[in-house]
Design a protein around this ligand. Structure first.
Ligand SMILES: N[C@@H](CCC(=O)N[C@@H](CSC=O)C(=O)NCC(=O)O)C(=O)O
Length: 279
C-alpha cells in the first residue's frame, strides 16, 4: 500500500498529517487526515478515535474547526478523519449537496451507478483501520464519533461492530434516516426502493434491537434548523429506552448545527472516549 503524504503540521506538540492512498473498497484515490498526539511513538501505540464528518465535508472540516487537538494531545488519543465519500472525475455524482460526492452516507451502495465506488461502510470498518494500524503507532483500542451524516455513520457502525469500538458518540446525528428527507434520498439511490435493505443502516432501528454495545454519547443543539425534519433525536431516545441501550443524549439550549456547537462540547466527547479507551 503506497501512502502519499500531502501535508504535515506540528500541533500541540503532536502532528497533523494528510495522506492520499488508493482505496480498494472505493476503487479510487482517497484522502484522510490523522492527528498523532505527542505520546505516539515507535515504543508507544496510542488509542484512536475515528471521526466521520457530515454532508459536504472532507477530511479538513473537523481538523480545522473543532479544536480537538489540544485535549487529544493531553489525553494521548490519535484522531483519524476520512473523507465523506469516494471522489474524482470517474466517480458518479449528483447536483444536490446531499447525494454523491461529499455525501456517501457510510453505506455500501448496491444500486447503479453508485455501487462501483460508494462502499464507505467497508472502507471505514475494514480497509482504513487496517491501513492506519499497520502504518502509524496506534493500537486497536478504537472509538468512533461523527456529526450529522457522520453522526449517523458513527452510531450505525458502532452498533453493527460492537467488538471493534470501545465507545461511540455523535453531534446532531441523522438519527432515523429511513424516515427523513436526507436519509430517504440517499438510501433510495444507494440501496434501492426496498426499505428492508435500509434497516441495517438505520441507527434508531439498530439501537432498538441492541440491548448491548459501545456506550453512546449524543449532543444535539435545540436551535438546530435541521432538528425536527432531518435529525429526529426523539427516535434515538425511544429506541434506547425500548432496548435499555446505554445512551446519554443531551439537548443543548441555543446551539445550532455548526462547528461552533461541536467546538463547544468536543472536550466532553474526548473525555468520554478517553475513559473507555484506557487499558
Ligand atoms: N445546506 C448546507 C448543507 C451542508 C451542511 O450543513 N453540512 C454540515 C453537515 S450537515 C449533515 O450532514 C457541515 O458539517 N458542513 C461543513 C462545515 O464545515 O460546517 C449547504 O449549504 O451545503
Amino acid at each position: 500500500m503506497t501512502l502519499e503524504n500531502i501535508s504535515i503540521n506540528k500541533s500541540f506538540s503532536g502532528w497533523h498529517k494528510q495522506y492520499s492512498h488508493h482505496s480498494d473498497s472505493l476503487n479510487c484515490p482517497m484522502r484522510f487526515a490523522i492527528f498523532l498526539p505527542p505520546q505516539a511513538s515507535n515504543d508507544q501505540r496510542v488509542p484512536v478515535l475515528y471521526w466521520l464528518s457530515g454532508l459536504t465535508c472532507s477530511d479538513e472540516n473537523f481538523m480545522q474547526k473543532a479544536g480537538a487537538q489540544r485535549l487529544a494531545a493531553e489525553l494521548g488519543i490519535a484522531i483519524v478523519a476520512p473523507d465523506t465519500s469516494p471522489r474524482g472525475d470517474k466517480v458518479p455524482d449528483d447536483d444536490g449537496y446531499d447525494l454523491g460526492q461529499g455525501a456517501g452516507f457510510y453505506v455500501n451502495a448496491t444500486q447503479a451507478p453508485w455501487h462501483r465506488h460508494y462502499r464507505m461502510y467497508d472502507y471505514l470498518v475494514e480497509e482504513l483501520p487496517a491501513l492506519i494500524e499497520a502504518t502509524f503507532p496506534v493500537s486497536d483500542r478504537r472509538a468512533i464519533a461523527g456529526h450529522s451524516m457522520g453522526g449517523h455513520g458513527a452510531l450505525m457502525i458502532g452498533l453493527r461492530n460492537p467488538g471493534r469500538y470501545r465507545s461511540m458518540s455523535a453531534f446532531s446525528p441523522i438519527s432515523n434516516p429511513s424516515v427523513c428527507p436526507w436519509g430517504q434520498k440517499a438510501f433510495s439511490a444507494y440501496l434501492g426502493s426496498d426499505t428492508a435493505a435500509w434497516r441495517q443502516y438505520d441507527t434508531s432501528l439498530l439501537m432498538r434491537d441492541a440491548p448491548e454495545g459501545p456506550p453512546a454519547l449524543v449532543d444535539q443543539g435545540a436551535s438546530d434548523p435541521y432538528l425536527a425534519e432531518q435529525l429526529q433525536p426523539q427516535a434515538l431516545q425511544a429506541a434506547a429506552q425500548a432496548s435499555g441501550y446505554p445512551l446519554q443524549l443531551n439537548l443543548r439550549e441555543g446551539y445550532d448545527h455548526s462547528y461552533y456547537f461541536i467546538a463547544s462540547f468536543i472536550d466532553q466527547h474526548l473525555r468520554f472516549h478517553a475513559t473507555h479507551l484506557q487499558d
